[in-house]
Design a protein around this ligand. Structure first.
Ligand code: FEO
Length: 396
């Protein structure tokens, strides 16, 4: 069922209340999500983005209930990833030859995925426009690396709507569509989680793109992303947040993160957390077990932190595989300007703190000299080391 956004612009996407993961299992979804598709019905009819392939038939049936599919003059594919392009093959079977406006890189991604080089691609770049009638046009803006090389946004003049695709989105199902109608706790929690886990590696591009958008001096009344809620009440609030987040964001928070075999390293984690709280009472201190807490949520907490302490016991001359895998993901997210310290228990050889130090350094963290390398279970003897770690992390 279509829903009105403004004047002749409608949402025709899929709200997926049941979705529980994304990008395979790499992104946890806790409150549903949506794939937002938009229909612009001016003198010309334009479909902006589609939905994920499993929802393709439902999407096309709903669209056919609203309009004659043959009345679609243009399709805009802002991004080739399958969650937005998945219905294109079935749709273009019904309306072959309909022009598909996209970037040169999106021709590569769409052709690579669907093997239809005969689709009527119209390659656009930043500044190109498409006349939709009634004095309005779509202005295209490449959004390279936000978050794929093929990404772009489209801006509808007259209605001043920025169809931003993945940027400014959230994985959140909002039946009422608009951010001002969403649960504000969920909205911001999901917006920051989305930024951290999808866009943070590309923060340098985020900052430059926002500066470019601001320099264009166009009035933006609505930001309509391809996931989650649509921003219509002070839409620039999410742009301002992205600008802040894109510049080595951190709060006065320190996170202690660990996995443990027989609770020795867990004990250290809690003692370090308490020591930090004692030394720096104004600092938020949070403790996470890598195997019990959600991976994407922990990364969001790392993003907010100015420092982390990371712990693993030694196992087979190395660290636990859970911590190893977590560190791999940590490196991919390319956090900057954060301190770290390492800790861990061991029975025999005790390599874990060295491995943690090397991997955290490779992930871009400034690893403090003090560490807690504890033989067997912690005793009072570890106290000084714990205080030294806490001091190194707490000092600003
Ligand atoms: Fe929502 Fe990059 O796809």
């Amino acid at each position: 069922m279509k829903k009105l956004i403004r004047n002749n612009v409608y949402w025709v996407g899929k709200t997926d209340w049941e979705l529980d993961s994304f990008h395979g299992g790499d992104y946890s979804i806790n409150h549903g999500s949506s794939q937002n598709s938009y229909l612009v019905k001016e003198e010309k009819t334009v479909l902006i983005d589609t939905v994920w392939m499993p929802h393709s038939a439902e999407f096309i049936n709903n669209l056919a209930d609203e309009i004659d599919l043959h009345s679609i003059d243009f399709i805009v594919a802002n991004h080739g990833e399958v969650d937005h392009s998945g219905a294109l093959p079935a749709l273009l079977e019904k309306i072959p030859g309909t022009p598909v406006y996209c970037t040169a890189n999106a021709v590569k991604s769409l052709t690579g995925q669907y093997h239809h080089p005969e689709w009527n691609f119209k390659v656009v770049k930043t500044g190109d426009t498409l006349d939709v009638g009634n004095g309005k046009k779509l202005l295209f803006m490449e959004m390279k690396m936000l978050h794929w090389p093929d990404s772009m946004a489209s801006y509808l003049t007259g209605d001043n709507i920025l169809f931003s695709n993945d940027s400014f989105g959230q994985h959140l199902a909002v039946g009422e569509l608009f951010a001002d109608r969403a649960d504000q706790c969920f909205l911001w929690e999901e917006a920051v989680k989305y930024y951290v886990n999808i866009l943070n590696p590309f923060s340098i591009f985020v900052k430059k793109k926002i500066e470019e958008i601001r320099a264009m001096n166009v009035q933006i009344d609505i930001i309509a992303p391809s996931h989650g809620a649509i921003w219509r009440d002070n839409p620039m609030q999410i742009v301002d947040k992205y600008y802040q987040w894109s510049q080595d964001y951190r709060e006065d928070q320190i996170s202690v993160i660990y996995d443990t075999m027989w609770d020795g390293t867990k004990t250290l984690a809690h003692q370090i957390g308490e020591a930090i709280a004692g030394i720096s009472p104004q600092t938020k201190v949070k403790i996470f077990n890598i195997t019990k807490d959600d991976k994407n949520d922990i990364m969001t907490e790392v993003f907010k932190s100015r420092a982390i302490a990371l712990g693993s016991p030694t196992v087979m001359g190395d660290i636990l595989s859970s911590v190893s895998g977590w560190l791999q993901f940590l490196g991919e997210l390319k956090f900057k300007n954060k301190k770290a310290a390492v800790f861990g228990c061991y029975g025999w050889s005790g390599e874990s703190v060295k491995v943690l130090r090397e991997k955290l350094t490779a992930a871009g963290f400034a690893v403090a000299e003090p560490e807690v390398r504890c033989n067997w279970n912690p005793t009072q003897a570890e106290h000084e080391k714990i205080i030294a770690v806490a001091r190194a992390l707490a000092e600003k």
